[in-house]
Design a protein around this ligand. Sequence first.
Ligand code: ATP
Ligand code: MG
Length: 138
Amino acid sequence: MSNRTFTMIKPDATKKGYTGAILDQIIKAGFSVKAMKWIKLSTEQAGQFYEVHKERPFYPELVEFMSSGPIVAAILEKDNAVADFRTLIGATNPAQAEEGTIRKNFAASIGENAVHGSDSDENAQIEGNFFFSALERF
Ligand code: ATP
Ligand code: MG
């Protein structure tokens, strides 16, 4: 079990001004920030990040959305980080997310769902490496 995960606050949430409130909820849940940046992905970069979903019908929409505005990318640390962060963000579809989860609080739809959370230790490592150099993480 690794103790780091990777997150993005997605363009819907940054546009609506939820960045501060989402970070506050993450930190109050016991995660500490080990790397962070405010960045806008190109369509190529968004496509590469979500390459695993390339064959899914929603892929073009997802790439368009994820490159539509700035995001906050971050590496977070906590015991059992990957699983605990997935619990904190709630189900992919906010309509099915538990009360009090970040997606329940801030997400509009299954596509525009406010935050990303890595789904495994391996992907947390890969996704963190996609955004951050060794000089940018602590
Ligand atoms: P994420 O990887 O962003 O944390 P997730 O792991 O909960 O989300 P995935 O199945 O990995 O869900 O899907 C990646 C993203 O693709 C979702 O967060 C959402 O933005 C988008 N997505 C997934 N399913 C749909 C769908 N049916 N329609 C539109 N967009 C979707
Ligand atoms: Mg996922």
